[in-house]
Design a binder for this molecule. Structure first.
Ligand code: ADP
Length: 173
């Protein structure tokens, strides 16, 4: 685990944030979504706003994807969507997320074979934190298979730095 764990006196061991990948900077343009996507967290459109807030805390994500009864993408819930719905609202347990989510067809999606850098541009253009990775089924609906987020891009930056600017080893007191 050399390089993955650091040690500090009185702190103990900690994760250095390295993923093990070393990406040369010229390879950035050739990376595909499928190489960096993470696992999506989804809720059902009939779930309550209260349940969605719980899921966001329990799963430790900033964006939830909402699926319909056919398990197809129906919407997106951001932190601020949930905060807005919570302000002055006492009925969070009886209010379904379908009322407050951003809904299809206004969802920005990406596919496994898309270039990661293009998705990165979409995050900036649309001013959003996350994009679902989807498979399009024969019926036209989207199955949610992954997610690309601003954190994905931050990890990618660290992987590039590991390669091109090797991190200085921690000095131990
Ligand atoms: P926050 O609202 O917490 O700042 P975002 O910037 O990700 O988080 O979301 C801004 C708005 O855009 C929200 O209303 C959210 O529902 C919507 N949104 C988030 N992701 C997407 C997406 N992939 N496609 C379409 N709309 C999205």
């Amino acid at each position: 685990m050399v390089g993955f764990l650091g040690a500090r006196p009185r702190v103990g061991y900690y994760y250095t944030g390295k993923t093990g990948a070393e990406i040369p900077i010229e390879q950035l343009k050739t990376l595909k979504v499928k190489e960096y996507q993470s696992i999506p967290v989804v809720v059902n459109e009939s779930d309550s706003v209260y349940d969605a807030i719980s899921a966001m805390f329990l799963e430790d994500v900033g964006t939830l994807f909402v699926v319909n009864a056919d398990a197809k993408l129906a919407g997106v819930l951001s932190r601020k969507d949930l905060l807005r719905a919570s302000l002055g609202n006492q009925e969070l347990e009886s209010m379904p997320v379908s009322i407050i989510m951003t809904r299809m067809p206004n969802i920005t999606v990406c596919y496994k074979e898309d270039m990661l850098i293009e998705v990165c541009k979409r995050l900036i253009e649309k001013q959003i934190d996350a994009v679902p990775v989807v498979n399009q089924g024969p019926d036209g609906g989207y199955e949610v298979v992954g997610r690309i987020t601003k954190t994905t891009m931050t990890k990618l930056l660290v992987d590039v730095m590991n390669r091109d600017l090797p991190m200085k080893e921690e000095t131990h007191e």
